[in-house]
Write a protein that binds this ligand. Structure first.
Ligand SMILES: Nc1ccn([C@@H]2O[C@H](COP(=O)(O)OP(=O)(O)OP(=O)(O)O)[C@@H](O)[C@H]2O)c(=O)n1
Ligand SMILES: C[C@](O)(CO)[C@H](O)COP(=O)(O)O
Length: 402
């Protein structure tokens, strides 16, 4: 990932005018998780990873600066790279400060020269919809004021004294609970930060303290801040109701070319006397396709990204090694395997005599039903010409809720 995220793509300056600072450097004391809050799990991902989804779906290209705890900058970089995809050249990570305000200041320092509108967003508001990001950008572009999403207060609000005695009931019609992303013209926000004399609880307060106007646009209930364990449970429940059956499917395909010098390993079985397949491991396309299907169903990547395509640890490794490690990864991520189905496409070996043996073996490894079928392609294509074997697998996994 570029450390100078403002560098334009070669030949054409597409440097973004919108910058998004995602503050993720807090410790999350009130959440009390084992890791700093933004790195705590939300389903099978981290809070930070989930918070980046809507940002990389914005209408306009944006420079994204994630502010992470100093000791987790490398981990944050890999999360951001995964989330950014082709936009990675406009994404970077910097170390945060002791307070939220200091963390935002470090994010501001990392913005490129092209940025004119700055959004400051809490990673902790992980479920914020993209529409809110687009709305605050539009608001700043149209008004040059600070634009902040807010929602009406639904409880009756009381002002109390030091002894918790009610002094007055505040008119809630005048109140808004404000959220993030909060958006500002870059120059005015930078000047307000430079002049700030005390800590504020949000950027809008700091911006207003410098004499600037702040307006509210409609926020979203999904933008609630994950602060306590109860908030995290709510976020988990909302995410799981997004896939309300709890079931997820995955697909995996693998192809290996015949290699007459190699032994054949197929569907976890050794096939003495049959033409072997080439590969860094044992070249078993059935086990590799199943591995891809399972990882994909659980949203955990693919065999290349998880195990590497040339890692010496897996030189000559048999398919069961990948399958067992994949089962463990799915279990750790909270998924159970419902079933797997694989089709082998190729002229040889004749598979049906050993189908039951293969299904028993694979079912035992995965502790879930595995069915394997085989077909030819009527002499067509590379399998028809006898150049190699293809396997296509589908998997269904279910999320486990404890
Ligand atoms: N020094 C800090 C403190 C907070 N934040 C970020 O500011 C956002 C809002 O802060 P809050 O929810 O209060 O997070 P924490 O400070 O981590 O929580 P707590 O107060 O419970 O420790 C979070 O995304 C948090 O990571 C930050 O980047 N740097
Ligand atoms: C910025 C903020 O999310 C707006 O509501 C809020 O002020 C952060 O407060 P915290 O005390 O750091 O949680």
């Amino acid at each position: 990932m570029s450390s100078n995220a403002s560098s334009p793509k070669a030949g054409r300056d597409r440097s973004p005018i919108v910058g998004v600072i995602v503050v993720a450097a807090g410790s999350g004391t009130r959440l009390g998780a084992a890791r700093p809050k933004a790195f705590a799990p939300l389903g099978s991902r981290t809070i930070l990873a989930r918070s980046l989804d809507p940002i990389f779906s914005m209408q306009r290209e944006a420079q994204v600066v994630v502010v992470a705890p100093a000791e987790l900058v490398d981990e944050a970089r890999s999360i951001v790279t995964d989330a950014a995809g082709p936009a990675a050249q406009y994404a970077s990570v910097v170390a945060g400060g002791a307070t939220r305000q200091q963390s935002v200041a470090r994010g501001l320092d990392a913005l490129g020269d092209s940025v004119r509108i700055v959004l400051v967003h809490d990673a902790a508001r992980a479920l914020t919809p993209t529409s809110v990001f687009d709305a605050v950008v539009t608001g700043v572009a149209q008004t040059a004021a600070g634009i902040v999403p807010g929602v009406p207060v639904t409880d009756t609000i009381k002002r109390v004294d030091d002894d918790e005695v009610v002094v007055e009931t505040v008119d809630r019609a005048e109140l808004r609970a404000v959220q993030t992303p909060q958006a500002f013209p870059r120059a005015a926000l930078a000047a307000a930060y430079a002049d700030a004399e005390r800590e504020h609880t949000d950027d809008a307060a700091l911006f207003a303290a410098a004499g600037n106007t702040v307006s509210i646009v409609e926020g979203d209930q999904l933008s609630f801040k994950i602060t306590t364990p109860w908030d995290l449970r709510r976020a988990e429940a909302l995410e799981s109701s997004a896939d309300s059956t709890g079931l997820r499917t995955g697909i995996g395909t693998d192809v290996h070319a015949f290699d007459d010098a190699a032994e054949l390993w197929l569907a976890g079985l050794h096939w003495p006397g049959e033409r072997g397949l080439s590969g860094h491991s044992d070249g078993d396309p059935v086990c590799h396709a199943i591995t891809d299907a399972l990882l994909s169903a659980a949203g955990l990547g693919d065999i290349g990204s998880v195990f590497g395509t040339s890692d010496p640890e897996f030189a000559g490794a048999h398919g069961d090694v990948f399958l067992r490690a994949t089962v463990q990864k799915l279990t750790e991520a909270g998924f159970a395997i419902s079933n797997v189905s694989v089709q082998i496409i190729g002229n040889s070996p004749r598979f049906s005599p050993r189908r039951s043996e293969a299904e028993r073996l694979l079912t035992g490894i995965l502790s879930a039903p595995v069915s394997v079928s085989a077909t030819t392609t009527d002499g067509l294509g590379f399998t028809g010409r006898g150049e190699g074997i293809c396997a296509i697998a589908t998997a269904i996994v279910s999320r486990q809720y404890s």
